[in-house]
Write a protein that binds this ligand. Structure first.
Ligand code: SAM
Length: 283
């Protein structure tokens, strides 16, 4: 039984760092004319109404994209472009926040392809309604971990995968590692982005996840993290990160200043910080 709904969280600090990283990788791939594929294993519905009861109940977007809209002074161009892009959705009626499928759909070119997967029956219905008419996009109602393995290696053989589980069950950690292990074997030069939460001490598994991924036979692994407040003992998500397998050339130098800017703009207390680290250095 899946209970997680991304509509409670859309546009929060974790979405901001995830989506800016995603945009940065897509823009790197677009530097060549060659087609590429974008695979989203946990797509959600793709588009979120920020005036919905769910969104207003938590108001998480106010501490994420909301803070940036109010203050983008001193930010790098990629952050300003992201804010301008999201603003177009937020100025609609009702105000919307674009999830990862929208970002991919808007940024990819005619020659590129997308594969979206989603398991929840309500979310997949909305995802299909939002994107079915686009011939570049294939949408699958299935388990994203198993679906990823099934479509490896993809065609075209150039591209990226976003693995963005809700981690509402602990099994998601093991499943993410297993899916990556299997996929990398079949598609060794694919770019894989795995999102992970940084949680209260009693529940946090981020260090273990990083160690397990760093033990896989891969060429390079970059960790990009944004903490917005201090870690608590029992509850809450104080930050999040992206693990990037086969990170494009100079992604680290591109993201370094941006994540520092985000840490200062999205800080909820004095412990906010950004951290970028090669867990496996490029050869
Ligand atoms: N990637 C989206 C974005 O950035 O806009 C947000 C995705 S949300 C964090 C996680 C989604 O995964 C939820 O919509 C949930 O229903 C879905 N989900 C949960 N378990 C899944 C599974 N095993 N396979 C595919 N989707 C799953």
């Amino acid at each position: 039984m899946l209970s997680y709904r991304h509509s409670f969280h859309a546009g929060n600090h974790a979405d901001v760092i995830k989506h800016i990283t995603l945009i940065a990788v897509i823009e790197k791939l677009k530097k060549k004319n060659k087609p590429f594929v974008y695979i989203d294993t946990h797509s959600g519905r793709g588009l979120y109404d920020l005036s919905s009861d769910e969104s207003r109940k938590t108001a998480e977007f106010e501490q994420g994209i909301g803070r940036l809209l109010d203050n983008s002074t001193g930010c790098d161009q990629i952050v300003i472009d992201y804010i301008d892009y999201v603003s177009q959705y937020m100025q609609s009626t009702p105000p919307m926040y674009p999830g990862s499928p929208s970002i991919a759909c808007d940024l990819l070119r005619e020659q590129d392809k997308c594969i979206f997967m989603e398991l929840h029956s309500d979310e997949i219905a909305k995802l299909k309604r939002n994107f079915n008419k686009d011939s570049r996009i294939a949408i699958h109602h299935r388990d994203g971990f198993e679906g990823l393995n099934a479509c490896m290696p993809p065609e075209p053989a150039r591209g990226l995968v976003l693995i963005d589980p809700a981690y509402e069950v602990k099994q998601d950690y093991a499943d993410a590692i297993k899916a990556l292990k299997q996929s990398i074997k079949k598609w060794s030069h694919g770019i894989f982005l795995l999102w992970y939460p940084k949680l209260a001490r009693q529940r946090d598994r981020s260090e273990q996840l990083k160690n397990e991924l760093a033990a896989l036979p891969i060429d390079n692994l970059l960790a990009v993290e944004l903490d917005v407040e201090a870690q608590q003992a029992e509850f809450g998500m104080y930050g999040s990160g992206m693990l990037i397998v086969n990170a494009p050339y100079q992604l680290d130098t591109l993201l370094e200043p941006i994540t520092q800017q985000l840490a200062s703009k999205l800080a909820q207390d004095a412990n906010a910080k950004a951290h970028i680290e090669w867990l496996i250095e490029p050869k």
